[in-house]
Design a protein around this ligand. Sequence first.
Ligand code: NAD
Ligand code: WQD
Length: 347
Amino acid sequence: MEERKKILVTGGAGYIGSHAVVELYQAGFEPVIVDNFVNSQESALDGVAAILEKKIACYRLDCADYNAFRQVFEQEKNIEGVIHFAAYKAVGESVTEPLKYYHNNVGSLVVLLQLMEEYRIPNLVFSSSCTVYGIPDQLPVTEATPVKKAASPYGNTKQICEDILSDLAKSGTGSISTIALRYFNPVGAHISARIGELPLGVPNNLVPFITQTAAGIREKLTVFGNDYDTPDGSNIRDYVHVVDLAKAHVKALDRLMSGANQPLEIYNIGTGQGSSVLEVIETFERVTGQKLNYIIGNRREGDVPEIYASVTKATEELGFKTELSLEDALKSAWNWQCQLQKNQLTA
Ligand code: NAD
Ligand code: WQD
């Protein structure tokens, strides 16, 4: 049997990372997780182990800590690639605590790149975000759509990280090839309901807020505005199933390992379809049979009225295609929420 290629997955205990670890292992890779659990719980690793019937190695440490992180590279021989998920992601918190975000999101990438150069690890997949497009002038957004000045320190960290990767690629001295994936809005959970999104405290994002409201943990959902220039007045996003998104990372690694890539490539990962907040609520109610308590409230500062991806480049060059629908995603998110209640895991 061919040996599994070893892939370091920073933030592998997190929402997207845990799903990616499952897909990587099932695609024949050997994922090794690095996570300091600042925004995740050990139970995610139990969920991954239950799905795979195999415990995945995990180092508990801070990727921004060069000395601690270096021990992993010393110990783990033959790492062939890295997927870098580790970052803070709460937009609002980044406005009040910007240094925390620059230190963690930018700092951990710089440390990682230094170590990858030092240990001659050639392949990197980086978690970027559609937030880099700001309020786009044209829809759908392609990878050529201009990046706008970031509206938040969080968004700025993603732009800075992309710039760092670009500078490194242009330097010609770098030995690292990178694919940066600009995720749109990841939603849903693994079909097994063993892993899913586990927001600590009050969720910032729409879907966990919906499932917690339906579960009675939150009293009501507030729709942030219905007076936008969109068909039903609520914001439009491109909600992509987290399992489809996880699989995009396998495709990205395959491309990097085939050598067909340029030193830095960027891909949108979404569905290509926009859905409004009210459509998401209606779909959730329809597929789960749960009535959702919601009100229409004021606009949330900084919200983009409408954004969805063109995924043509990812389809053509990565062979990416979505296999799961918004219905699937919302059903799986609800099953996951029910499982959490059953196990009394705190969200
Ligand atoms: P998450 O918070 O669930 O996962 C991130 C994981 O990284 C957590 O397990 C956390 O404990 C870990 N981590 C954070 N800083 C660390 C550090 N310094 N050292 C070690 N571990 C650290 O977030 P997610 O939703 O899975 O997001 C993963 C990545 O995707 C992030 O880079 C995020 O910015 C990006 N992203 C997320 C979304 C989204 O809506 N979820 C959208 C676009 C981009
Ligand atoms: C989705 C829609 C809200 C909560 C954020 C980050 C972005 C990226 C993805 C990381 C919006 C509406 C939400 C609620 C609501 N993350 N909403 N009531 O804002 O698209 O993007 O996550 O890179 O950078 O900004 O995601 O899930 O917060 O909101 O009406 O209680 O749901 O207004 O239209 P968003 P979200």
